[in-house]
Design a protein around this ligand. Structure first.
Ligand code: G
Ligand code: G
Ligand code: MN
Ligand code: NA
Length: 259
C-alpha cells in the first residue's frame, strides 16, 4: 500500500530507469540488440523490479504513460547505439507491452511518433507481447499489432510455450519472433537434456522456421545451454551467460568486444 500511493507520482519524480539485457546471435555470438527492462528506484525501498509494480501500474492505468515513457527512452537509446555502431548495422531494441497497452487506442500513433521523433526505423523495434495476452485475441485486439507489423515493427510472442499455445493460431497472429520460455532453457542444463524437452524444442523451432518466425531463447546461464540451443536451431539468445540486465553503456562494451 506504500507503493500504491507513491506509484502515481513516481513517473513525474523521475524514479523509473531502464536496464538493458543484450540479445546475442547464437551462430556467431555477436550482440544484435537488447531488451529494455524497467526498474523503480523507490526513495525508501530501493530498486524494485517490474514484478513489484507492473501489476499495480496495470491496475491503476499508470501502465499507459509508463509504457510510453519506457518506449520513448528505449527507442532513443537504440538511436544512440546506432550512431555509435553505424558500420555494424543498427542494434535493435525489444520493449515489453502489457495487455492494457494493446487495448489503449493511442498505441499505434504513439509508437509512430516516438520512432519519428528519435529518427529510428520501425524495423529496429521489436514489441514483446506475452502469449497469454493474445490467447483468444479478437480482431479488435490484433488490429493495432497488425498495423505495427505492416509498418515493419517486429512483434515477439514472449514466454512462449507456457500458455495453452494453440499452434495453429500462430498463423493468425502478426508475430515474427517466438521467445521460448526460460523453462525450456533450464531443461537444457542437465546433460544429456531430457529427450522429450529436446524433441519439443526441436518441434517448436521447426514449426517457427516453417512459418518464417525467428526463435529467441531466454534465461541462458551456461555455455552448454547455448551450444545445445544453437544445435537445435534457435536463432538468438538472452541470459546471464552473456550479461545481466545493466546500464546502456554496458552494451557498448559488449558490442565493442566482438567488433
Ligand atoms: O528482469 P525482470 O525482473 O526485469 O523482468 C520481469 C518481467 O517484467 C519480465 O517478464 C518483463 O516482461 C516484465 N517487464 C520488464 N519491463 C517491462 C516494461 O517496461 N513493461 C512491461 N509491461 N513489462 C515489463
Ligand atoms: O520479459 P521477460 O519475462 O522474459 O523478462 C526477462 C526476465 O528474466 C527478467 O526478469 C530478467 O531479469 C530475467 N532473466 C534474464 N536472464 C536470465 C537468466 O539467465 N536466468 C534467470 N534465471 N533469469 C533471467
Ligand atoms: Mn520480455
Ligand atoms: Na519472457
Amino acid at each position: 500500500h506504500g507503493l500504491t500511493t507513491a506509484l502515481p507520482t513516481a513517473l513525474d519524480r523521475g524514479e523509473f530507469f531502464i536496464e538493458y539485457q543484450p540479445l546475442v546471435h547464437l551462430g556467431d555470438g555477436s550482440v544484435r540488440g537488447a531488451e529494455a527492462l524497467v526498474r523503480w528506484l523507490h526513495p525508501q525501498h530501493g530498486i524494485l523490479g517490474p514484478d513489484r509494480f507492473i501489476p499495480l501500474a496495470e491496475h491503476t492505468g499508470l501502465i499507459v504513460p509508463l509504457g510510453r515513457w519506457v518506449l520513448e527512452q528505449s527507442v532513443r537509446q537504440a538511436r544512440a547505439w546506432r550512431e555509435r555502431y553505424h558500420d555494424d548495422g543498427p542494434l535493435r531494441i525489444n520493449v515489453n507491452l502489457s495487455p492494457c497497452q494493446l487495448t489503449h487506442p493511442g498505441l499505434v500513433q504513439d509508437t509512430v511518433e516516438i520512432l519519428e521523433r528519435a529518427g529510428v526505423q520501425p524495423d529496429a523495434l521489436c514489441l514483446e507481447v506475452t502469449e497469454s495476452a493474445l490467447i483468444g485475441a479478437d480482431d479488435a485486439l490484433l488490429k493495432p499489432l497488425r498495423r505495427l507489423a505492416e509498418m515493419g515493427v517486429d512483434i515477439a510472442l514472449d514466454d512462449f510455450g507456457t500458455g495453452y499455445s494453440n499452434l495453429a493460431n500462430l498463423r493468425r497472429l502478426p508475430v515474427s519472433v517466438l521467445k521460448l520460455d526460460r523453462s525450456f532453457t533450464q531443461s537444457m542444463q542437465r546433460f544429456p537434456a531430457d529427450p522429450v524437452d529436446l524433441k519439443i524444442v526441436e518441434g517448436i523451432v521447426s514449426l517457427a522456421h516453417s512459418l518464417d518466425l525467428a526463435v529467441t531463447v531466454e534465461g541462458v546461464e551456461t555455455g552448454a545451454q547455448a551450444e545445445q540451443l544453437r544445435i537445435l536451431g534457435c536463432d538468438t539468445a538472452q541470459g546471464w551467460y552473456y550479461a545481466r540486465p545493466g546500464p546502456p553503456d554496458r552494451l557498448h562494451e559488449l558490442a565493442l568486444v566482438d567488433a
